[in-house]
Design a protein around this ligand. Sequence first.
Ligand code: HEM
Length: 180
Amino acid sequence: MAANIDYGPLQALIGVWKGGRGLDVAPEPDGSEDNPYYETITFEVVGDVKNAGSQCLAVIRYHQVVQRQSNDEVFHDQMGYWIWDAATGTVMHSLMIPRAVTLLAGGKQTADGVLEVAAKAGDEDWGIVQSPFMRDNARTTEFTQKIEVSEEKLSYSQTTILDIYGKVFEHTDENELIRQ
Ligand code: HEM
């Protein structure tokens, strides 16, 4: 791995971020629940990787720990990589959640600086993989995410479309975090 790596639009993510204004809207058998939350997200450099001898990617990994405002319980844990392909201007976000669901979302940085990525079940390029149980009972069909980062502030919003309890549910999460 090279020493001087250009992380492009991912450079600003590197560091530790905390935010207390999170709002999660999650599915319940009889409707939905709103969960105010706080969280810490730690982004660290990985370095660069070369694929098939030609594609060069710059990579950052992260760990996100989310706690309920009401009782401090950790109710969401997530890990993944943000990946920058400078040659094509592509931003990729691969993530895992410990419900046996994983996905690779792809997209771009927009003209106003927002990182926008999306994945869809069955998509050949940016797909979603999940266990047979989740596929049959709590299927993730789509994921979209916007993330905006400046020197001191990181904000994101994301929508995970679920097929659960016999309905299509928009599971949403958003928060604003401050650099530590
Ligand atoms: C800040 C981020 C997130 C938070 C706080 C969160 C929180 C929750 C909560 C509270 C539930 C309801 C069930 C429970 O109480 O455990 C839930 C369900 C679920 N979430 Fe998330 N989630 C987040 C992100 C995601 C992402 C990124 C995905 C997938 C890509 C995802 C997939 C699911 C699925 C499949 C379920 C249905 C499981 C079930 O209720 O049986 N979530 N989530």
